[in-house]
Ligand binder design. Sequence first.
Ligand SMILES: [Zn+2]
Length: 159
Amino acid sequence: MFAGHFGIAAAMKARAPEVPLWALIVGTQLYDVLFLPLSALSLESLEGEGYGGAFITAFYSHSLVSAIVIALLAALLAGIRWGTRTGVILGLVTFSHWLLDWIVHRQDLPVLPGNLGNLPLMGLGLWTIPAASLALEIAILATGIWLYFLVCLEENRPR
Ligand SMILES: [Zn+2]
């Protein structure tokens, strides 16, 4: 999932305008941001080509337990900085990335960091049907942008 994550950030900005947009965007992309240094260290990797053709090994940044811990950390930091409500929102927005990835990823998402214990990998594999996956991403992105602009229009309407 790529563009869809931005849709979540935009939708959330519409619902919670007090939360900085940059924080929402960083939150929705946090696991992928962590993937970058880990892949530079060859601990994680992305192989294959084209949309839907990627084979992703992200056993640290994208394990279910890492995702929950990172989302809680994001919630904690945001909560300290901006208050409880924003903290909760950022935690949820951060974890939404894992849920969307779970829908599209092939079975490559582990439960524990480093795929400890070799538990069954997770992923519904919507990416194996690129048209369906792309349609989902566009739908989420379009909905997010639409909600965002509705709020902007509402705010700028002369009273
Ligand atoms: Zn991801």
